[in-house]
Design a binder for this molecule. Structure first.
Ligand code: SAM
Length: 176
C-alpha cells in the first residue's frame, strides 16, 4: 500500500486549535503518514501532536505550508477532497482503494469555507453524506474505508501502549 497524507486547509490558531489537533490525531491513529496544514502557523498545536507521536509512536509528521496550492500542485498522487457537496463516497471507494495500491493519496479537509479552486484541483470531491458535520468525522470514516476497515496496530517507537481491558485502564511502558 502507498502512503496517505492529510492536507488541512485554513487553520485558525484560536478557533481551530483543538479540531486541527484532532484531525492530526485521527489521521495518525487511522494510518496516515502525516498532516500538512495551511492558514495560521501554530507551533503550540504542532507541539501537542508531536508530543503524542513521541509517547504513542509513529511514524507521523505535522508540517506547515503557507502556500498550500503550490504544495498540492506538486503532490504526486490522488487528491481526494472531502466535502458535503461532493458525490457519495461509497460510489468511489472501490476505485480509490484500487489506485491506492500503487499511488499515494492526499485527503483534503477544510475548516471554514474552502477556497473555490479546490473543487477543480481535486481528483475526487467526496461527500460522507450530504449533511454538514465535521472534518474529524469525515476524515475518520474516509480513512477507515480506505484502509479496508482495518485499524493500524503497530506504532514504531512507542513508549507506552494500552492493554485493552473490559473495565478500567491499563497502560504499559515499552522498551523502545
Ligand atoms: N460550510 C463549510 C463549507 O463550505 O465547506 C463546512 C465546513 S466544515 C465545518 C469543515 C470541513 O469538514 C469541510 O471543509 C469538509 O472537509 C468537512 N466536512 C463537513 N461535512 C462533510 C460531509 N458531509 N462530507 C465530507 N466532508 C465534510
Amino acid at each position: 500500500m502507498a502512503r496517505v497524507f492529510v492536507l488541512r486547509l485554513g487553520h485558525r490558531k484560536e478557533r481551530d486549535k483543538r479540531i486541527s489537533t484532532h484531525v492530526a490525531l485521527v489521521a495518525r491513529a487511522l494510518g496516515a503518514s502525516g498532516v500538512v496544514y495551511s492558514g495560521e502557523k501554530d507551533e503550540k498545536m504542532e507541539k501537542s501532536v508531536e508530543d503524542v507521536v513521541e509517547r504513542w509512536g509513529g511514524p507521523f509528521f505535522i508540517s506547515y505550508e503557507r502556500n498550500w496550492k503550490k504544495w498540492l500542485e506538486k503532490f504526486d498522487g490522488i487528491k481526494v477532497h472531502l466535502t458535503m457537496y461532493g458525490v457519495p463516497f461509497q460510489e468511489r471507494m472501490k476505485e480509490i482503494r484500487g489506485k491506492f495500491k500503487s499511488r499515494d493519496i492526499c485527503v483534503i479537509v477544510g475548516s471554514e469555507k474552502v477556497p473555490a479552486g479546490i473543487y477543480g484541483m481535486a481528483d475526487y470531491n467526496l461527500a460522507i453524506g450530504n449533511q454538514p458535520h465535521s472534518e474529524v468525522g469525515a476524515l475518520a470514516i474516509f480513512l477507515y474505508e480506505l484502509m479496508d476497515r482495518k485499524l493500524k496496530e503497530d506504532f514504531e517507537g512507542a513508549k507506552i501502549k494500552v492493554v485493552p481491558q473490559k473495565k478500567g485502564k491499563k497502560v504499559v511502558k515499552l522498551n523502545s
